[in-house]
Design a protein around this ligand. Structure first.
Ligand code: NAD
Length: 317
């Protein structure tokens, strides 16, 4: 990442619900100095830039915001991809994926031509596959290609566990790992409340049960479906999750977040992108943490990774 001490520049590709919720949160928190908006629908990007600029007078910090071209990515620190096409009625998942593959080819090629050397962050679904696609198309070191992964799912889990246990979610150290989707899982053996394993906390209090924990994990898995059913899309939570990831990188925080990162064989399966706790610093993924999972959890996690591997092979072959 360039470190001239002056400007932090982000380019967002895809100015839909997700891209603009992220952009708005960036503006409110004053995370960067320059924000470039890109969309195949250029008019939309222009309108969004105008709208955000009109809030600058009330923002924490100044920021240069404009609808740009791919050449504007050349000195960006991060390019965040939120662009994608949605499922047509009756369309199967693989066909949707192939259309999104074409979208990504049309995006990554001009970004590379711009001379971009920063970090890619991907939100487009299925996020683990699309992140792997960006690494595949760009040839960037995998440390510099990150997906939002299960960051949002982990936040949802902590929120629900905090409410259930009446504990600040910040003191709940529990993770959702694997695919950001139906096969994601919660390794309860790794979940800690304050200083205690969550299973001990649950065993010690009559009001709590293991069954409730399973129900919470199911609620997390179903959250996106529930929101989409009632309001059509989810965007605020992911917008804030993306800001959290960017802050960890820009601040060189070495924070642990469950982003989608490339696993090595030490995690049980190689060359797959999946949500796992990673240490995030100025150069992206500093380390993918290896978890000591129980046998049953390990099998569930590997099953999720195998699913991602199979989908990848279906679209790439
Ligand atoms: P949206 O339809 O509102 O926005 C998509 C944008 O992409 C549109 O503005 C469209 O014009 C643009 N676009 C399409 N093709 C393009 C191209 N070739 N080049 C540039 N721009 C292009 O959709 P949304 O609600 O913002 O969702 C965006 C993506 O984020 C979806 O894939 C969605 O599933 C995903 N999402 C991910 C998470 C997560 O946790 N990772 C959460 C919510 C949504």
């Amino acid at each position: 990442m360039k470190d001239n001490g002056f400007t932090k520049k982000i380019a967002i590709v895809g100015t839909g619900f997700v891209g603009m919720s992220f952009a708005y949160a960036l503006l409110c928190e004053g995370i960067c100095d320059e924000l470039v908006l890109l969309d195949i629908n250029r008019e939309k990007a222009i309108g969004e830039a105008m709208d955000l600029n009109h809030g600058l007078a009330f923002a924490k910090t100044n920021m240069k915001i404009f609808a740009g071209e791919y050449t504007d990515c050349h000195d960006a620190d991060m390019v965040v991809i939120c662009a994608g096409v949605s499922q047509k009625p009756g369309e199967d998942r693989i066909s949707l994926l192939k259309r999104n593959q074409a979208v990504f080819e049309s995006i990554i090629s001009p970004i590379l031509s711009s001379g971009f050397q920063g970090i890619f962050l991907v939100a487009t679904n299925p996020v683990d596959i699309m992140t792997r696609m960006v690494q595949h198309l760009s040839g960037f070191d995998s440390a510099r290609v990150i997906g939002s992964g299960t960051t949002l799912d982990t936040a949802r889990l902590r929120y629900l566990l905090g409410a259930y246990l009446s504990v600040d979610p910040k003191n709940v150290h529990a993770y959702v790992i694997g695919e950001h989707g139906d096969s994601e899982m919660v390794p309860w053996s790794q979940a800690i409340v304050g200083t205690k394993p969550i299973r001990e906390v649950v065993a010690e209090h009559q009001a709590f049960s293991e069954n409730d924990l399973q129900n919470i994990a199911t609620e997390v898995r179903r959250a996106a479906y529930q929101i989409i059913e009632v309001k059509g899309a989810t965007y605020y939570g992911i917008g804030l999750s993306l800001v959290r990831i960017v802050k960890a990188v820009f601040g060189g925080e070495n924070s642990i977040l469950t982003v989608s990162a490339r696993l090595d064989t030490g995690n049980g399966i190689g060359n797959v992108y999946a949500g796992v706790p990673c240490i995030l610093g100025r150069d992206g993924v500093r380390e993918v943490l290896r978890l000591k999972l129980e046998e049953k959890e390990k099998e569930e996690f590997l099953q999720s990774c195998r699913k991602l591997k199979e989908v990848w092979e279906e679209i790439i072959l």
